[in-house]
Design a protein around this ligand. Sequence first.
Ligand code: HEM
Length: 137
Amino acid sequence: MTADFSLIRSSFAAVQPHGPQVTEYFYDHLFAHHPEVRPLFAAHLDEQRDRLWAALGALVANLENTETLTGMLQNLGRRHAGYGAVAAHYPAVGASLIASLRHFAGDEWTPAAEESWTAVYGVISNAMVAAGETAPS
Ligand code: HEM
């Protein structure tokens, strides 16, 4: 994986001061580009808003703790299968996530940062999809 974890951390940190604007931008971007996923989120979007970013923060903090990371991703992936998330949704969410980071990270956003996020998101989503596929229905 061509991911530089220090770039992941510094770009993620640069986005944090923008607070709820980031999640708002993310969901607006996702639903504008992929309206087909909107109904999955209908019930509790307000509560849900910050959870994805909180979870990302926890994942970013544990990038080098393979065991913790694997456990988190398995649980997240299994729960997401229950929300109706399928493999095809993951690139859509990844594109909106990266667009949001790019928009708010300022000078911290570089081609190397984007490459690192793309690689890390690929690993995260593969693990979540794999866990979801083995989830009991
Ligand atoms: C890196 C990828 C992702 C992360 C870190 C993430 C994180 C989260 C977190 C933390 C929650 C709160 C509930 C829980 O912890 O189970 C959640 C809920 C949810 N996520 Fe994700 N998610 C990701 C990708 C996706 C994708 C690809 C989809 C598919 C469209 C999706 C759809 C949902 C839905 C539908 C909910 C429940 C919303 C509700 O309660 O109405 N997520 N996500």
